[in-house]
Design a protein around this ligand. Structure first.
Ligand SMILES: NC(=O)c1ccc[n+]([C@@H]2O[C@H](COP(=O)([O-])OP(=O)(O)OC[C@H]3O[C@@H](n4cnc5c(N)ncnc54)[C@H](OP(=O)(O)O)[C@@H]3O)[C@@H](O)[C@H]2O)c1
Length: 367
């Protein structure tokens, strides 16, 4: 990739913000979060495809016109929150960064680029210090997973992770959500559901994640979980095997996670660590058999973790279940948190130090 040669913290004045992909599922959530979290927006530019150019949206009482993405649209922009897909990011993120913006990119375009930080603010905020104009937001299932793994890894090293995901329609965008609604009605009315957005009908059905299959037999989504978790957690040798499944849930992803450690990990200790971990909420009531569900986290920030238990087949392993709103924490919220990190006075101070001086404990206060 090409980008500017030095990183920059965001200035402490109202910022010019561009949302690229403003009409999409993630883009709409970004707009809501900028308001909710009182992000210091001076000017807001809404960018999408030529199909949406000229449409108007009201944001914070201001009527804004959507523009087709172009080089001119990035002039004078401080921060770009990009969620328009990998090919659009590959084309436009370097242009925006060269124009002086910091681009926080939700696509997979730059995630494994060694020059681009891949950041979950609760897990590796210090990585953002190395940015050169582009910061990548990780894959949604990976963000949710690392929030649960990081506090456990900090106590006892993880040897291997086996994870199965239950991914909602919203993970495939706004049109996939609409298709699930529509085809569910079709089935209830006795009709034959015919999918146009997803490869198969998700109505009263599920299927293995349809990202391209690799020669190993894993699909891209599963390999993203492996390689991105390794990069975020700075564990290049981590062993992780994932099976990703699309399920007929409108919004919020779930994951069944088996974590093998180097040594036994007392369940109560794991429970306490996860209850106290940033971005995590413990939601478990064994007496009532009540554990996290997608509806518990829809529209909410924390990743809900529960049913933490000893793996009866391995004295060194724990099992747990988690749910998180992947449009929110798995995409838009994580991106806004990264932008907030760049505004954090502690981070600014750390950014002014010589390379290598700051530590994770000195940054990330805004998260
Ligand atoms: N959904 C999730 O849970 C999730 C989670 C993490 C990451 N992501 C990533 O975020 C990105 C967007 O996902 P989404 O779910 O929000 O998708 P989406 O609902 O389909 O929205 C796509 C957005 O991209 C815009 N776009 C499409 N083609 C474009 C072009 N040629 N030029 C400029 N803009 C264009 C669309 O604008 P128009 O309306 O004009 O077509 C729309 O605003 C993807 O890279 C996805 O992998 C999504």
């Amino acid at each position: 990739m090409s980008s500017t040669s030095s990183f920059h913290p965001l200035p402490s004045r109202p910022l010019t913000v561009a949302v690229l992909g403003a009409t999409g599922a993630v883009g709409q959530e970004l707009l809501a979060l900028l308001t909710e979290r009182r992000f210091p927006v001076g000017e807001l530019r809404l960018l999408a495809s030529p199909r949406s150019a000229g449409r108007r949206l009201v944001w914070q009482g201001r009527e804004l016109t959507i523009e087709a993405v172009s080089a001119a649209a990035f002039e004078g922009v401080d921060v770009v929150l990009a969620s328009a897909g990998g090919s659009i990011s590959r084309r436009w993120a370097p242009v925006a960064a060269a124009a002086g913006a910091v681009v926080i990119d939700n696509s997979s375009a730059f995630r494994l680029d060694p020059e681009v930080p891949l950041v979950v603010p609760e897990v590796n905020p210090e990585s953002a210090l190395g940015h050169r104009g582009i910061i990548a937001n990780p894959n949604c299932t990976t963000i949710l997973l690392t929030l649960a793994l990081a506090p456990l890894q900090a106590r006892r090293p993880i040897r291997r992770v086996v994870v199965s995901t239950y991914q909602s329609a919203s993970g495939a965008g706004a049109r996939a959500m609409e298709e699930l609604r529509k085809l569910s009605r079709t089935v209830l009315d006795g009709g034959e559901p015919v999918s146009e957005v997803l490869p198969h009908s998700l109505a009263f059905n599920l299927f293995l994640h349809n990202s391209p299959l690799q020669p190993s037999g894993y699909c891209e989504e599963e390999l993203k979980m492996l390689y991105e978790t390794r990069k975020i957690m700075a564990l290049p040798e981590l062993r992780l095997s994932a099976t990703c499944v699309r399920v007929p849930v409108l919004r919020a992803h779930s994951e069944a996670v088996n974590i093998e450690f180097e040594q036994p990990f007392p369940v109560e200790e794991a429970r306490t660590l996860l209850a106290e971990a940033p971005g995590v909420e413990l939601l478990e009531d064994f007496a009532a058999n009540r554990f996290p569900m997608p509806t518990d986290v829809t529209g909410r920030d924390p990743v809900a973790v529960g049913r933490i238990r000893q793996d009866l087949s391995d004295p060194n392993a724990l099992e747990l279940w988690l749910c998180g709103d992947q449009i929110r924490k798995g995409a838009a919220l994580n991106a806004v948190q990264i932008a907030e990190l760049l505004l954090d006075p502690a981070w600014r101070e750390a950014a002014a130090q010589p390379v290598g001086a700051p530590s994770a404990s000195t940054v990330g206060g805004a998260v």
